[in-house]
Write a protein that binds this ligand. Structure first.
Ligand code: MG
Length: 164
């Protein structure tokens, strides 16, 4: 599966091009249950390497996955995650194992240390600039929820409990 660099992000296509309406889903805390690896981020020195390395074992969040699969088939599904591109292979493996429906996976480039909301703002603007009418975002981090709403996109908040 090929990947393309777009601005500050890495795009991986699964199905057709971006057109018409679409829904943007976050991964960690929305489709992927990262609760068992949150402990890597606690304390004075968060261990992001260990946090991301363990992501392949996350359970699926069934309710959100059910919602995803109930969406109209013509909607384009974008997975927009602040995960770094270096865990792309394990992320693709996880998506495959759980047979999730998606069209475009957007990850951040390795070494990008901006706050996630800045990365996601740039990425969602690029997705819209490429022709997708983003009808809804689904997100568990309130800082990202606020950012998407400030972009004029209705956003469904999923309570993961990670970002309180
Ligand atoms: Mg999240």
């Amino acid at each position: 599966m090929g990947a393309t660099e777009v601005l500050g992000s890495l795009w991986t296509w699964h199905r057709g091009p971006l057109e018409g309406g679409g829904v943007v889903f976050d991964l960690d805390g929305v489709l992927s249950d990262a609760a068992s690896r949150q402990h890597h981020l606690r304390g004075p020195r968060p261990d992001w390497e260990a946090f991301f390395a363990a992501s392949g074992d996350d359970p699926l969040i069934d309710e959100v996955a059910t919602l995803l699969h109930l969406l109209a088939p013509e909607l384009c599904i974008v997975l927009l995650t602040a995960r770094p591109a270096r865990i792309r292979a394990s992320t693709l493996g996880w998506l495959d194992r759980h047979q999730l429906r998606w069209d475009l996976l957007v990850m951040r480039k390795d070494g990008d240390r901006r706050p996630a909301r800045h990365f996601k703002q740039e990425a969602v603007r690029a997705v819209r600039a490429n022709g997708l009418q983003v009808a809804l975002c689904v997100e568990d981090d309130l800082r990202n929820v606020e950012m998407f709403r400030s972009e004029g996109i209705p956003t469904l908040y999923i309570h993961s409990g990670y970002y309180e």
